[in-house]
Ligand binder design. Structure first.
Ligand SMILES: *[C@@H]1O[C@H](CO)[C@@H](O)[C@H](O)[C@H]1NC(C)=O
Ligand SMILES: *[C@@H]1O[C@H](CO)[C@@H](O)[C@H](O)[C@H]1NC(C)=O
Ligand SMILES: *[C@@H]1O[C@H](CO)[C@@H](O)[C@H](O)[C@H]1NC(C)=O
Ligand SMILES: *[C@@H]1O[C@H](CO)[C@@H](O)[C@H](O)[C@H]1NC(C)=O
Ligand SMILES: *[C@@H]1O[C@H](CO)[C@@H](O)[C@H](O)[C@H]1NC(C)=O
Length: 487
């Protein structure tokens, strides 16, 4: 059954000049091939990148990639349909070591935005020519802090001229994060309409509108395409105790928070002053492991150390609760909506502070397209549907891909980066009843974890001629990148 599906798919690819039933040079992941959910097909389409983080298509259909610590690269792909894509041209658009995560394009696609830990920068951008056409200008500044340094950027499609910037803060700054004017642990919105080059940058801490605060590190931010509702996925705290007892394994949960609409002046929750709880209140994932947790359920907020003024009750009455809660330590990084608004896709980069690793996957949640609300209720433990996972999470992070940035192309395919492995993958829906498939070179095993045909291309001494050829092709293609990653 599976074999037949593969050949059928492959035949589609051969309409052009490609050889016999294959997709040309199929790249092999560095680690055991991922496991793909039924109804989806996935393939590796680029490797050898330097910590690829946010990704975004430009108006010419090329993929822009923030390579953390290096700059922004641009990649054009020959598209043979399905997941059969080959990079045919890649170059560095911007070389700037401080760039580490954020990336956005203006509504017209002619201004490129990217972030360092300190600032948001903007360049004039020519998508056809694939080049920036100006020096960078600084739009927003004063964002440096000593931990959690991604500054996610989002340009609103619904309300023109609005730039959303998300800035986190870790435990070293926790007391300051409770003060609004610190600018820590906040999402702010800046009006960038008609900003001239001569105007001085916005100061993140004192300018802009506060969309939400009390957000430890909301890395993924997205606008629902139909309603314009703004959502973000929150990386909650590690190493938590409750009234002195260690509860870090399964609490607190990661969060999906709702922030209302940019074109409404009303706060999403005026009584809570749009504060989402950090550093005082956190979301419950596993109520059974929270001591003195009578009345706490999934998604409720709880206080770490209760006292006379801070209790689970004040957490509920004074702060905005998440719209959905996810397992602790999953580390959600990006959120993107399908064009119709019926699905939200989330990358989970995976845990580092848990006895057995979790996360490390791309999953989806169902939305009501018309209302822009998640279908699952706020106390649900089952909102996520896995799309692509690692074979064996006990081998993570070392032998796993770690999903980071998401982008959806004009054909509805979902692309994601894996920073730890320097890779870009593409996912395509193949229909509810089709078996999940990860495309490997002929003879490759799908996700058996054996390392055969699944390694990084330099281990298996295969006697299969075709395989060796492909290994050579792969090595030549990304040799430079692999070498760069090794130094
Ligand atoms: C590379 O891919 C682009 C599409 O992104 C296509 O327009 C172009 O013709 C391709 N170039 C080559 C040399 O195949
Ligand atoms: C921005 O500039 C354009 C062109 O000069 C003008 O038509 C528009 O009204 C300006 N928008 C705002 C909000 O000032
Ligand atoms: C950054 O903040 C400092 C003090 O907090 C202020 O003096 C400076 O003007 C700010 N810079 C910008 C670009 O807003
Ligand atoms: C309760 O704990 C919070 C958070 O640590 C603290 O800010 C507050 O001062 C405490 N209140 C009392 C009455 O101890
Ligand atoms: C607003 O926040 C308060 C305090 O957390 C809560 O009781 C109320 O249900 C919230 N309302 C909405 C609409 O979220």
């Amino acid at each position: 059954m599976v074999k037949k599906a593969v050949l059928t798919g492959a035949c589609l690819y051969t309409a052009g000049a490609l050889a016999q039933g294959t997709c040309g040079d199929i790249l092999v992941p560095r680690n055991p091939a991922p496991v793909v959910a039924n109804g989806w097909q996935a393939q590796l389409v680029a490797g050898g990148l330097t910590k690829p983080r946010s990704i975004q298509f430009d108006e010419a259909g090329a993929l822009l990639v923030v390579e953390s610590g290096k700059g922004i690269s641009r990649h054009r792909f020959t598209d043979n349909g399905g997941t059969c894509l080959h990079a045919n041209h890649s170059h560095m658009l911007v070389e700037l070591q401080g760039l580490n995560h954020g990336l956005a394009l203006s509504n017209e696609g002619d201004i490129l935005y990217a972030s360092t830990a300190e600032s948001v920068l903007a360049w004039s951008y020519d998508a056809r020519g694939g080049a920036v056409t100006s020096q960078p200008r600084t739009l927003v500044a004063n964002m440096s802090n000593n931990d959690l340094v991604t500054r996610t950027l989002l340009i609103s499609e619904k309300v023109q001229g609005k730039l959303i910037v998300s800035r986190g803060s870790a435990e070293a700054n926790r007391d300051r994060a409770a003060v609004l004017s610190s600018g820590l642990s906040q999402i702010r919105v800046f009006d960038i309409t008609n900003r001239s080059d001569s105007e001085s940058p916005y100061n993140f801490n004192t300018d802009g509108d506060v969309l939400g605060w009390g957000l430890r590190n909301s890395v993924g931010v997205a606008e629902h395409p139909r309603t314009g509702g703004i959502y973000a996925v929150e990386n909650s705290v590690d190493g938590v105790t409750r009234n002195g007892q260690d509860i870090r394994e399964n609490n607190p949960g990661e969060e999906l928070n709702f922030f209302g609409y940019l074109d409404e002046t009303v706060k999403v929750n005026a009584s809570a002053n749009n504060n989402y709880g950090y550093p005082h209140c956190f979301a419950v994932w596993d109520p059974s492991e929270i001591p003195d947790g009578d009345g706490l359920g999934v998604g409720k907020q709880f206080a770490v150390e209760e006292n006379s003024s801070l209790t689970d009750e004040t957490c509920e009455s004074d702060y905005v609760a998440p719209r959905l809660t996810f397992p602790a330590h999953y580390a959600p990084i990006d959120l993107k909506f399908s064009t119709g608004g019926e699905t939200g896709y989330i990358t989970f980069r995976g845990s580092f502070d848990r006895s057995s690793p979790v996360g490390y996957k791309v999953a989806s949640i169902a939305f009501n397209a018309a209302t822009g609300e998640p279908v699952a209720s706020a106390d649900s433990k089952g909102a996520l549907r896995d799309i692509i996972t690692n074979v064996d999470n006990t081998q993570c992070p070392d032998k796993c891909f770690r999903p980071v940035g998401l982008a959806i192309d004009s054909k509805g395919r979902i692309w994601f980066s894996s920073d730890s492995t320097g890779e870009i993958y593409v996912l395509q829906r193949t229909g509810e009843n089709s078996e999940g498939k990860f495309v490997l070179p002929e003879g490759g095993q799908n996700g058996d974890g054996s390392g055969n045909n699944n390694g990084n291309g330099d281990s298996a001494a295969s006697t299969v001629f075709g395989w060796e050829t492909r290994v050579l092709g792969w090595t030549a293609l990304v040799g430079l990148g692999v070498w760069l990653m090794a130094v």
